[in-house]
Design a protein around this ligand. Structure first.
Ligand code: SAM
Length: 200
């Protein structure tokens, strides 16, 4: 990852969401992206030029654009029409973002278009987040890794985030996915956690 003066940056065309430029690089703010927050907490997965990424929950392409600055290709899945419009604008300025208007619950919608990937990144904020991740695990190449952004309140607002996280970890384990535990994204995203997952 590229750091300039303690700030995470990426190298690519700016002006995606009004991000600041630092020495010609795009500032990747931990306040605008949970993945950036994970790097600021010292726990992100190193992105490399040869990496292929399946990104579930692309939204309007804020984080996708930074990931695309680092890797070979990003398959960006987003079902909602409004953010997809913005994502298409972002993708027009980059050759390595493949926007897929699809529901990650139904990977058969994009199965013919997506190859095996080195990283699955998921940030969908849905009640069935674990199931969605498990449903997509088949896209992972051997030695691949999944970065799972968990929003406990989307799973169950009546239980504490820590309690939900424990259930999520059990669910992943029963689905054959290993994780070293939750990385809470405070102070950037209180009550959000990241889990770095690998197939067992
Ligand atoms: N990852 C984005 C970023 O950092 O720029 C923010 C993602 S936002 C928290 C969650 C996104 O997941 C929304 O755009 C939503 O439409 C999308 N989403 C919700 N359900 C989904 C599903 N079943 N499959 C794929 N994306 C989904």
């Amino acid at each position: 990852m590229i750091w300039i003066g303690g700030q995470l940056v990426s190298e690519g065309p700016g002006g995606v969401y009004g991000e600041r430029m630092i020495g010609g690089y795009r500032h990747w703010s931990p306040k605008r992206s949970k993945l950036s927050a994970l790097y600021y907490l010292g726990r992100g997965v190193e992105l490399e030029k040869h990496h292929r990424v399946l990104y579930l929950g692309a939204a309007n392409g804020t984080t996708v654009s930074h990931v695309a600055d680092y890797v070979e290709v990003v398959y960006a899945v987003e079902p909602a029409p409004r953010p997809m419009q913005d994502l298409l604008v972002v993708a027009q300025k980059r050759r390595n973002i493949i926007p897929l208007m699809a529901d990650a619950r139904t990977p058969s919608q994009y199965l013919p278009l997506v190859e095996k990937v080195d990283i699955i990144y998921q940030d969908v904020a849905q009640p069935d987040q674990v199931k969605i991740l498990l449903t997509n695990a088949g896209f992972l190449a051997p030695d691949g890794v999944m970065v799972f952004m968990l929003k406990p309140r989307s799973v169950d607002v009546t239980r504490s985030p820590a309690d939900v996280a424990a259930t999520v970890e059990e669910g992943l384990s029963s689905g054959g996915i290993h994780t070293d535990g939750c990385i809470w994204l405070s102070p950037y995203y209180p009550d959000h956690a990241a889990l770095i997952c690998t197939p067992e």
